[in-house]
Design a protein. Structure first.
Lengths: 302, 420, 281
C-alpha cells in the first residue's frame, strides 16, 4: 500500500527518474532488435525462398537446406571450421596461459615483453594474412630461408597442400590472438588472492602444482572470457582466409563465413547463402546459450 | 552597418548559396570497377580525362579483389540501399539479371545518335540489350583461348610451337626435360577453369562446347569426351608448378616473360604484361590459338552497365560516359593497354600489334560459323551459380593429383543440376 | 602491484623461464621484422636475398610509393574511427551502468540477446543494413558508416562496462540513491570517475576493431571516402608484372601504424583495465 502511495504522490521528476534507466537503454534495445534480430529474421526468411541474384520472396520450403547438405564444399568448410576453431582455441589458450604464468614470475622488463606478445592483436587480419602468406610461401618465405641456411631437405609447402593448408591459418591466427589471451590471464593472475597461495606454500606444495590445482581453477571466469573472444575470432576469421588463401588450393581452406559470403554475393545463390548463415548461427547458439544461461543466472545472485 | 542591413546580407548570401551550388554542379558520374592493375588503371585514366574534358565530374570507385567479387558485393549493397553508382562494370548474362530488376537505364538515345547498331557486331549488341533496349556499353572484346609462348625458351628446349594437343604435350615434355617450367599457371579457381574451358573447346569442338556450357546438356556433360577433357586437364596439371596455389595470373605471365617458363594458357589480357615489360608481339613472344581451337573464338566482353539516376545533370554525365566509351580515341588507348580487341567494327587496326590484328581476323571468321562462343570461365556463358558450381569441381579436381576423371564428370553434372 | 610467488634469486628454473619468454618474443617479432626489412628493400633484393637478410641498399622507395597510393585514405579512416569509437564507448558505458545498477525485468534477457549479437557474422547484415541506411538517407555516407560501426561495436562495449560495474559494490550506489542523487548524478559523480581503466580498454578495443575493419568500409563508404584498409586491399590485390612486396609491406605498415602505436603506448592501461574487472565473467 505504502509503495503505491509513494508512486501516486511522486512528482513528474521522480517518475522520470524511474523511467530513465529504460529510456537510456531504449536506443540500444531498438538497435539490437532491428540491427541484430530483425536482420537475422530477414536472413531466416530468405533461407526458405528461391532468392538467387537478389532477394526474392518465393517460398521453396527446405529446398535450400537440402541443396546445402548435398554441397561438398559446405562440408569441407564446416570441417575446416571445426579443425581450425578447435586447434586455434586450444593452442591459443595453452600458449596464452603458459606465457602469462611465466610472465607472472617477477620478470624484468615485463612491460616490453608484454607489448611484444600483444602487438599482433593490433594488426588487421588483412595485414596478418598478407604477411603470413608471404612467410609461408614455398619458394619465397621461410621455406627458402631455411634451405639457404643449409637445411637442404627442408620443405614447408603447407600453403599449397590441400590437406595441410588449414594449419597455416591456425599458425597465423594463433600468432595474432595468443598474446591477447596472455594479457587476459595475466590480468586474472594479478587479481588472485595471495593468502590462499601463501597458505598452500606453507603446506609445502610445489609451485607448478599450486598453479595447476589452485590458481588456474580459480580463473574459471577468465577461461570463459577468453573462450568467448577466441570463438568470436574463429567464427569471424573471414578476412584472414580471404587475404591468405582465398579458400584455396581448390576450396581446401574454405570456412563457413567465406562460403556464406561467396554464395550470397558472388555466386548469386542468396537463398543457399542465407541457409548457411542460419546453420552457422544455429551452431553458435547451441554452444553459447548454455554458457550465457549459467553466466547470467549466477550474476543474479551476487 | 545596422542590424537590418546585416540580416539582409545574411539572407541574400544564404539564398545565393544553394543557387550557386546548383549552377556549379556539372553532373557527376560515379563508376564502380575493378580495373586497378597497371595497364587497366591507365586505360581508365583516359576515360576519366575524356569525361572531365567534356565538363563532368568523374567519381572513381575502384574495388580490387577476387576478380570483381568485392566490387559485386559493393554494387549489390548500393543497389539495395537505393543508391547505385551511375555505371558499373557488369558483363554477360549479369546484364540481363540487373535489367530484370528494373535498375538499368535505357541508352537508346545515345545509341541512336552514335549509330551503335552499325558500329557493334550483332552478337555484342545483343548482349548489351535488355528487352530490346541498350542498357550497357561494351568497351572491348577479349579472346580467352590463347596460348602465350616464349620463343627463346622454346628454342633452347628444342620445342615446336604446338597446333594440336599432342604437339602441346610433346612441347611440354621437351621444356620439362630442358629444366623449364613447361606451363606457367596460377592456382586460382578462375585460372583453373580457363584451362579447362580451352580444353573443352578443343576436345568437344565449338558445338559441343555450346551444348555443355550454354545449354548445360546432360548428355554432353556426362559423355566420354567430357571424361577425356578431365583426363587431359589432369595430365596438363603435371606440367604446372606445384607451388602455384593462389598465384596471380600476371605473376605466372612474368615467369614466361622472364624465361623461367615456356608457355601460359591465358586470355589476351596477358599481353598487357608483355607490353608493360617492353616486349614486341611476334618477335619477343608468340600468341597462338590454344591447340585445337583454331577457328574458334571464346569471347569475354567487358562492359559498363548504366543505372537509373534521378539528377538531370548526372544523367547528362552518364550519357557522356556512354558516348565516350565507344569513341575511337578511348577504344584505341583502352584496348592497346588491355590487350583486347576494340568493339567498334570501323577501327583502323594498323595501330594495334600482330596479336590483336590476328584476333580481329579470327573474330570475323568465327562470327560466320559456330566458332564464336561465350567464355564459361569469364561469366559469359551461364549464370554465376552454375559457373561457381563448375569452378568448384574443376579447381578441386586439378588440385588433387589422385582425382578420378570419371568421378569428376559425375560431380560436375550433379553440381550443375543443383545450381540450376 | 608487483608481487610474485617465486623468489628472485638466480636459479636454473629462472634461466629456463627467461629463455622461453625470449624465444617467444623472437617468434612474435619475426613477422614484424620481416615486414620492416622487406619494406626497405628493392624488388631485386627481395628476389635474391632471403627473408631475414639485411637490405643490400636501404631504399625508401617502397614507403614513398605506398604513401602515394594509400596515404590519402589515412584521414578518411581517422574521420570514421574517432566519432565511432567515442560514441560507441559512451553508449556502452550508459548501457553497462543500467544493466548493472538499474536492473529491471527483462534487462538480463536484453543483455543475453546483446551478447549473442557479438557472434553474428557481419556478412549476413550487409544487405539489410544497406537497405536500412538507404531508407535513412545515409547510404554511402561517412555518417552511415559511423552508425554501422557504432551499432555493431555496442555489444562489446556494453559487455566491458557491465562486467566492470558489476564489480563495483552496490552499497555505494544505494547510499547515493538514499541521499537523493539521481540517475545521471550517480553515473557522473560516482561511476564515471572510477571508470578510467575500463574506458581505456574499451577505447583501445574499439579503435583497433574499427580502424582495421575492411568489410563495412568497402561496402558502406564510397569512392574517395573509403578507409585505408580498402585502399590497402586494392593495392595488395593488384599486381602488374612483378609483385612489389616492398610496397605491399610498407602499405601494410602504414595502415597498421596507428593501432600499433596505441597498443605500444597504451598497452599498460589495457592490462590495468583488464585486471580491474573486465575479465570477471
Amino acid at each position: 500500500m505504502s509503495t503505491v502511495a509513494t508512486i501516486n504522490k511522486a512528482s513528474p521528476f521522480d517518475a522520470l527518474q524511474r523511467w530513465l534507466p529504460k529510456l537510456v537503454l531504449a536506443p540500444s534495445m531498438l538497435i539490437v532488435l532491428v540491427g541484430f534480430y530483425g536482420y537475422i529474421l530477414w536472413t531466416f526468411v530468405l533461407s526458405f525462398t528461391n532468392s538467387s541474384f537478389m532477394p526474392s520472396y518465393k517460398w521453396v520450403g527446405l529446398a535450400q537446406y537440402a541443396r546445402l547438405m548435398e554441397n561438398d564444399r559446405w562440408w569441407v568448410a564446416s570441417k575446416n571450421l571445426l579443425v581450425f576453431g578447435g586447434m586455434f582455441i586450444a593452442i591459443s589458450l595453452v600458449i596464452g596461459v603458459l606465457l602469462a604464468v611465466l610472465l607472472d614470475q617477477r620478470i624484468r622488463r615485463e612491460g616490453v615483453i608484454r607489448t611484444v606478445y600483444l602487438y599482433p592483436m593490433a594488426l588487421s587480419m588483412i595485414v596478418t594474412g598478407t604477411a603470413w602468406k608471404w612467410l609461408l610461401n614455398p619458394g619465397l618465405g621461410l621455406d627458402k630461408m631455411l634451405r639457404d641456411w643449409g637445411w637442404e631437405g627442408f620443405r614447408l609447402d603447407w600453403l599449397v597442400d590441400p590437406d595441410r593448408v588449414v594449419y597455416c591459418l591456425v599458425i597465423a591466427a594463433v600468432w595474432q590472438a595468443s598474446g591477447f589471451v596472455m594479457a587476459l590471464f595475466l590480468a586474472g593472475l594479478r587479481s588472485v588472492d595471495q593468502s590462499i597461495i601463501r597458505a598452500a606454500q606453507v603446506d609445502g606444495a610445489s609451485l607448478p602444482s599450486i598453479y595447476l590445482r589452485i590458481v588456474l581453477p580459480s580463473l574459471r571466469p577468465v577461461f570463459f572470457s577468453a573462450l568467448m573472444i577466441l570463438a568470436h575470432i574463429a567464427i569471424k576469421s573471414f578476412d584472414l582466409v580471404a587475404a591468405m588463401t582465398a579458400g584455396g588450393p581448390g576450396y581446401a581452406s574454405d570456412l563457413p563465413a567465406m562460403f556464406m559470403y561467396s554464395f550470397t554475393f558472388s555466386r548469386g545463390q542468396m537463398g543457399m547463402g542465407s541457409a548457411s548463415a542460419i546453420l552457422m548461427l544455429g551452431a553458435i547458439l547451441s554452444i553459447l546459450v548454455p554458457y550465457l544461461y549459467s553466466e547470467l543466472r549466477n550474476k543474479r545472485h551476487d | 552597418m545596422n542590424a537590418i542591413n546585416r540580416l539582409a546580407a545574411v539572407i541574400s548570401l544564404a539564398s545565393l548559396l544553394p543557387l550557386s551550388a546548383l549552377a556549379a554542379d556539372p553532373g557527376t558520374v560515379e563508376v564502380l570497377h575493378w580495373w586497378t592493375s597497371g595497364g587497366e588503371a591507365k586505360a581508365v585514366e583516359t576515360l576519366k580525362q575524356q569525361v572531365t574534358k567534356d565538363g563532368f565530374i568523374w567519381k572513381d570507385n575502384a574495388v580490387a579483389g577476387g576478380g570483381g567479387a568485392a566490387a559485386m558485393t559493393v554494387l549489390k549493397t548500393r543497389a539495395i540501399s537505393g543508391n547505385p553508382p551511375a555505371a558499373a562494370q557488369i558483363k554477360g548474362p549479369d546484364i540481363q539479371e540487373w535489367g530484370a530488376l528494373g535498375l538499368l537505364t535505357e541508352l537508346d538515345e545515345v545509341a541512336a545518335a552514335n549509330q551503335w547498331d552499325k558500329l557493334l557486331p550483332a552478337k555484342v549488341a545483343e548482349i548489351m540489350k535488355y528487352d530490346g533496349h541498350y542498357v550497357a556499353v561494351p568497351v572491348n572484346i577479349h579472346r580467352v583461348n590463347w596460348l602465350w609462348i616464349n620463343p627463346q625458351v622454346f628454342e633452347k628446349a628444342g620445342a615446336k610451337v604446338p597446333t594440336t594437343l599432342d604437339e602441346l604435350f610433346a612441347a611440354a615434355d621437351k621444356l620439362k626435360a630442358a629444366g623449364f617450367i613447361p606451363l606457367a599457371h596460377g592456382g586460382q579457381p578462375w585460372q583453373d577453369s580457363t584451362v579447362f574451358e580451352d580444353l573443352a573447346l578443343s576436345i568437344l569442338g565449338p558445338k559441343g562446347y555450346h551444348a555443355a556450357f550454354v545449354d548445360l546438356d546432360e548428355k554432353t556433360l556426362t559423355g566420354e569426351q567430357m571424361v577425356a577433357v578431365f583426363k587431359t586437364l589432369q595430365r596438363l596439371g603435371t606440367y604446372m608448378d606445384p607451388n602455384r596455389a593462389g598465384r596471380d595470373w600476371n605473376i605466372a605471365a612474368a615467369e614466361v616473360i622472364n624465361g623461367k617458363a615456356g608457355m601460359q594458357i591465358m586470355g589476351d589480357w596477358a599481353k598487357s604484361e608483355w607490353t608493360a615489360a617492353g616486349k614486341v608481339a611476334g618477335k619477343d613472344y608468340q600468341c597462338v590459338a590454344f591447340p585445337g581451337t583454331q577457328g574458334s573464338f571464346a569471347y569475354n566482353i567487358d562492359s559498363l552497365a548504366m543505372f537509373k539516376l534521378k539528377n538531370d545533370n548526372d544523367i547528362k554525365a552518364q550519357n557522356d560516359l556512354a558516348k565516350v566509351a565507344l569513341e575511337p580515341e578511348f577504344q584505341t588507348v583502352f584496348n592497346q593497354n588491355k590487350g583486347s580487341l576494340p568493339v567498334r567494327q570501323d577501327m583502323d587496326m594498323s595501330q594495334f600489334d600482330a596479336c590483336t590484328q590476328k584476333s580481329a581476323v579470327d573474330f570475323k571468321e568465327a562470327e560466320k560459323g559456330d566458332g564464336l562462343q561465350p567464355s564459361m570461365a569469364h561469366n559469359m556463358a551461364t549464370t554465376l551459380a552454375v559457373q561457381g558450381a563448375i569452378f568448384d569441381v574443376v579447381t578441386n579436381f586439378l588440385n588433387d593429383p589422385k582425382a578420378d576423371p570419371a568421378q569428376a564428370v559425375k560431380q560436375l553434372n550433379s553440381a550443375i543440376k543443383s545450381a540450376k | 602491484m608487483t608481487r610474485s610467488l617465486a623468489p628472485r634469486a638466480f636459479s636454473f628454473s629462472r634461466l629456463a623461464i627467461y629463455s622461453t619468454l625470449l624465444l617467444a618474443c623472437a617468434l612474435y617479432l619475426i613477422p614484424l621484422i620481416v615486414m620492416l626489412l622487406t619494406s626497405f628493400k628493392s624488388p631485386e633484393d627481395i628476389r635474391t636475398g632471403n627473408l631475414l637478410s639485411w637490405p643490400a641498399v636501404i631504399t625508401g622507395i617502397g614507403w614513398i610509393k605506398a604513401w602515394d597510393t594509400v596515404g590519402g585514405y589515412f584521414w578518411n579512416s581517422v574521420k570514421i574511427t574517432v566519432p565511432a569509437v567515442v560514441i560507441s564507448t559512451l553508449l556502452g558505458a550508459l548501457n553497462g551502468y543500467v544493466l548493472s545498477m538499474w536492473r529491471f525485468r527483462g534487462s538480463q534477457l536484453f543483455f543475453g540477446l546483446l551478447l549473442f549479437g557479438c557472434f553474428l557474422p557481419f556478412q549476413t547484415v550487409l544487405l539489410p543494413a544497406s537497405f536500412t541506411l538507404g531508407k535513412l538517407g545515409l547510404a554511402s555516407t561517412t555518417s552511415g558508416l559511423v552508425l554501422v560501426h557504432i551499432v555493431y561495436g555496442l555489444a562489446f562495449t556494453t559487455l566491458f562496462f557491465r562486467n566492470y560495474y558489476c564489480s563495483v559494490p552496490d552499497a555505494l550506489v544505494r547510499a547515493a540513491r538514499l541521499d537523493g542523487a539521481g540517475f545521471f548524478t550517480i553515473f557522473g559523480r560516482i561511476l564515471l570517475p572510477m571508470s578510467v581503466p575500463i574506458i581505456m580498454v574499451c577505447l583501445i578495443w574499439q579503435f583497433t576493431q574499427i580502424w582495421n575493419d575492411f568489410l563495412f568500409g568497402v561496402v558502406f563508404a564510397s569512392g574517395d571516402a573509403q578507409p585505408i584498409t580498402v585502399a590497402l586491399n586494392n593495392l595488395v590485390n593488384t599486381s602488374t608484372g612483378v609483385k612489389e612486396y616492398n610496397v605491399d609491406m610498407a602499405a601494410a605498415m602504414i595502415a597498421g601504424l596507428p593501432t600499433l602505436l596505441v597498443y605500444v603506448l597504451a598497452g599498460k592501461y589495457f592490462l590495468r583495465g583488464l585486471t580491474a574487472g573486465a575479465v570477471k565473467g
